[in-house]
Design a protein. Structure first.
Length: 115
């Protein structure tokens, strides 16, 4: 009976930890506006990739740069999606953008939108 309890506990713990593992075959894409334009004017930008949508406000300062795809970075739209090729469109403020990008497994893709 003890062996059965230990096996059950081991299976439960293994199941919990495996659900916390990193998603296989996924990458991260972060969209941002580098040259935000007029100082102290924040534009609302909406980015769409298929059925996924994320929104952000442009920074009040004139220029912005990013070095990684951090989830929750201010003034960005962030997506964690399966590796593949995607079409996107972004609208808002004084701009409209569209394009295609390819995302590899575990890649961080920074997509710069410019006015």
């Amino acid at each position: 009976m003890k062996k059965l309890s230990y096996l059950f506990a081991f299976a439960l713990i293994t199941s919990i930890f495996s659900s916390c593992e990193k998603k296989d075959h996924y990458g991260k894409a972060t969209f941002y506006v580098r040259n935000a334009g007029d100082k102290q004017v924040a534009d609302h930008i909406s980015v769409e990739i298929g059925d996924l949508v994320d929104n952000f406000f442009t920074p009040e300062g004139r220029n912005m740069s990013l070095s990684d795809c951090a989830d929750g970075a201010s003034n960005t739209a962030y997506f964690e999606i399966p590796a593949g090729t995607y079409n996107y469109k972004a609208t808002g403020g004084r701009g409209k953008w569209s394009g295609t990008f390819t995302l590899k497994e575990n890649e961080c893709k920074l997509v710069e939108l410019s006015y």
